[in-house]
Design a protein. Structure first.
Length: 145
């Protein structure tokens, strides 16, 4: 459980400092902060912590039972990584992201990408929630019916 708390806190602090949602002297955010940005930052950090705690608990239980059944962790890791990247892009400043600026111009980002950031945040939260739910249903003996 403590690893989940550490991961959730780490994601919150890292994403918050890097995107400028947590004010710091090293980075100035060019787009105003909104409550939706803080909501998606909090949900992404919370769900990443829950996923980590759930995964570590299930791996510990599998080791104790010596159950080496089918392993679908690669797909789960991809979903978790995609949820984290989507959450980061949803809370980040679109014109401050060097990777997006290298691909597109700042006016294109503000015109086409910025309006879809809440949708991207909702999609990333849904991915993380769905992943946690599927893992719970698969690992819960009373939920398999």
């Amino acid at each position: 459980m403590w690893y989940g708390v550490a991961v959730g806190t780490g994601v919150f602090l890292l994403f918050g400092f890097v995107t400028g949602l947590i004010p710091n002297p090293l980075y100035v955010r060019m787009v105003p902060r909104t409550p939706v940005d803080y909501l998606f930052l909090t949900l992404t950090a919370l769900l990443s912590g829950v996923y980590t705690a759930q995964r570590l608990a299930s791996e510990t239980a599998e080791l104790q039972c010596a159950n080496n059944g089918s392993d679908s962790t690669v797909g789960e890791q991809r979903l978790a990584f995609g949820g984290l990247i989507g959450g980061f892009l949803a809370v980040g400043c679109p014109i401050c992201n060097i990777f997006l600026l290298a691909l597109f111009s700042s006016s294109a980002l503000m015109t086409y990408f910025d309006p879809f950031r809440p949708l991207l945040g909702g999609l990333s939260v849904a991915m993380l929630l769905g992943l946690i739910y599927v893992r719970h249903c698969r690992l819960c003996p009373s939920c398999t019916s």
